[in-house]
Design a protein around this ligand. Structure first.
Ligand code: BES
Ligand code: ZN
Ligand code: ZN
Length: 515
């Protein structure tokens, strides 16, 4: 295969530094918001009092040409005299008129790096010096949650993934946060954690965005192994065809059987001393999904290079969990396969034997995710007897229709688990919506000739979840369907088009909740 100039993984992100006095010669960013009090009801044309959030006055010569609203993510470059540029950055206000909330800070951070990135590009193009760092003063009363959210936005907002022989354009190097001495420790800790979460998201994006002519199951496995190496307590084992056949992983072998690139099972183990809880994470690792014999329509098929986004989130989360030395044992399994069409592909009507012996009757080879996950779940549950199981997958188009592109579907074996996962997501800026495991549809799983039917009639996201439940042995379990939010079509908040890395941060935060 000719080699393709893919970016090195993990890609580099802007740095964030906490300092206690401003540095000379570095562009300054002034944070602004609509004046305090209830949200002003501005009519078009009416001027709203927008002020720096540190209470300082806004000199007239700083006012941008365009009207200033102070909404989160509004950015203006203003030049007061000669010298380095100054920026005004809106952070907005909470709906009740209170100070800006974390989500607004995340939006502001992302907008700032995008603006600085385009400024760097424009100056580079014009052949003039392009300052690559900016600094901003953070008022004392900003909460640590808001600082963390801002860091997340800064690190992710300018994310890019391009496959090109020409060198990548320069981008923001660092954002310096100027704060008072007594805030340094708390904010640095929050900024470091948020920085790690952002790195996990970016790594999951890198893996998802890598094209499938590079990313076959073996590439995914080797890359996971490489990026997890060197982290104390984190080990990886990659299983290939012989092992999978010996262990009778009938689902993974069937789904991967139509491809020239054989399947793999990626196993990552993080075993810190003294851990009492053991989490099992399972991620769908379909490196490309043609649909198989039940082939997908051409329109949109190219997007299926991100069908391993669940696996990517799991791999990236493991690296962050190990990197942060969380005191909880975590095992990750990513069944990786390419769902292709050929004379050796599996067929509708086939009956497969999963790891552990349960059989399933295939109705549609495009429902391959649940087939590889069934093997991995059955194996993980039997081999490790974990305390909690979480699986993550771009599983059903139905979930994309139900919840759209910004919210993940969550199915859980208990209310308490659903709540724990939802709040972990909320803390790191990922939205999940609880979905029901409706018993009324459980009967549809029964098959005349096998133990379970792969594609039961009924609501697609729910029946897929019910199918997976058959392989969890009644353990506490959460199933995350990220078919919607794993990809973005356009830029919004801290999200960039392509793979979004969705779920990686939630998994890290969820693991931390057991520490
Ligand atoms: N990878 C797809 C699900 C998907 C669709 C993810 C769109 C992201 C965007 C999955 O393998 C699939 O094709 N599922 C089928 C299942 C059906 C045949 C029962 C689906 O949802 O249509
Ligand atoms: Zn499919
Ligand atoms: Zn798929």
């Amino acid at each position: 295969m000719p080699s393709i100039p893919v970016p090195s993984i993990p890609s580099t992100l802007p740095g964030v530094e906490l300092i206690t006095s401003p540095r000379r010669g570095i562009a300054q960013v002034v944070l602004v918001a609509p004046g305090a009090g209830p949200a002003p009801q501005a009519t078009p044309g009416e001027r709203v009092a927008v002020r720096p959030i540190d209470g300082s006055p806004l000199p007239d010569e700083w006012l941008p040409a365009a009207p200033l609203t102070g909404r989160p993510g509004e950015v203006h470059q203003v030049r007061a005299g000669r010298g380095v540029p100054r920026w005004l950055l809106g952070v907005g206000r909470a709906l009740d008129g209170g100070p800006a909330e974390p989500k607004q800070w995340r939006i502001a951070g992302a907008a700032l790096v995008r603006a600085v990135d385009s400024d760097i590009a424009a100056r580079t193009e014009a052949g003039v010096r392009a300052p690559k760092s900016v600094q901003l003063g953070l008022p004392h009363e900003v909460t640590t949650e808001c600082v963390a959210a801002f860091v997340l936005g800064v690190r992710l907002g300018g994310y890019r993934f391009t496959v090109s022989e020409t060198s990548v354009p320069a981008s923001t190097r660092s954002v310096l946060l100027v704060c008072q001495e007594d805030r340094v420790d708390a904010w640095r800790d929050a900024a470091d954690k948020a920085g790690e979460l952002a790195a996990a998201t970016a790594l999951a994006r890198d893996l998802a965005n890598t094209p499938s002519n590079v990313k076959n199951p073996d590439w995914l496995a080797r890359t996971a192994e490489r990026i997890c190496s060197g982290i104390p307590g984190l080990t990886s084992v990659i299983r290939g065809g012989d092992w999978l056949r010996a262990q009778r992983f009938g689902g993974v072998l069937a789904v991967g059987g139509g491809s020239q690139s054989p399947p793999r099972l990626i196993e990552l183990s993080y075993r810190p001393r003294g851990a009492t809880q053991h989490l099992l994470l399972v991620g769908k690792g379909i490196t490309f999904d043609t649909g198989g014999i039940s082939i997908k329509p051409a329109a949109g098929m190219h997007l299926m290079r991100t069908d391993m986004s669940g696996g990517a989130a799991v791999i990236a989360a493991m690296r962050a969990i190990g990197g942060r030395k969380l005191p909880v044992r975590v095992t990750a399994l990513v069944p990786a396969a390419e769902n292709h069409v050929s004379g050796s592909a599996y067929r509708p009507g086939d009956v497969l034997r999963h790891y552990g012996g349960r059989t399933s009757e295939i109705g549609n080879t495009d429902a391959e995710g649940r087939i590889v996950l069934a093997d991995a779940l059955a194996y993980g549950v039997e081999r490790f007897s974990p305390d909690v199981v979480v699986d993550v997958a771009t599983l059903t188009g139905a979930m994309k229709i139900a919840l759209g592109l910004r919210t993940g579907g969550l199915f859980a074996s208990s209310e308490e688990l659903a709540q724990r996962l939802c709040s972990a997501g909320a803390r790191v800026g990922e939205a999940w919506w609880p979905m029901p495991l409706l018993d009324a549809h459980a009967d549809a799983l029964r098959s005349d000739i096998a133990d379970v039917k792969q594609t039961p009639n009924g609501p697609g996201g729910i029946t897929a979840a019910l199918f997976l439940r058959e392989f969890t042995d009644g353990l506490p379990w959460v199933h995350l369907d990220i078919a919607g939010p794993a990809r973005a079509e356009k830029t919004y908040d801290e999200v960039t088009p392509g793979g979004t890395g969705f779920a990686a941060r939630t998994l890290v935060e969820f693991a931390a909740s057991y520490a």
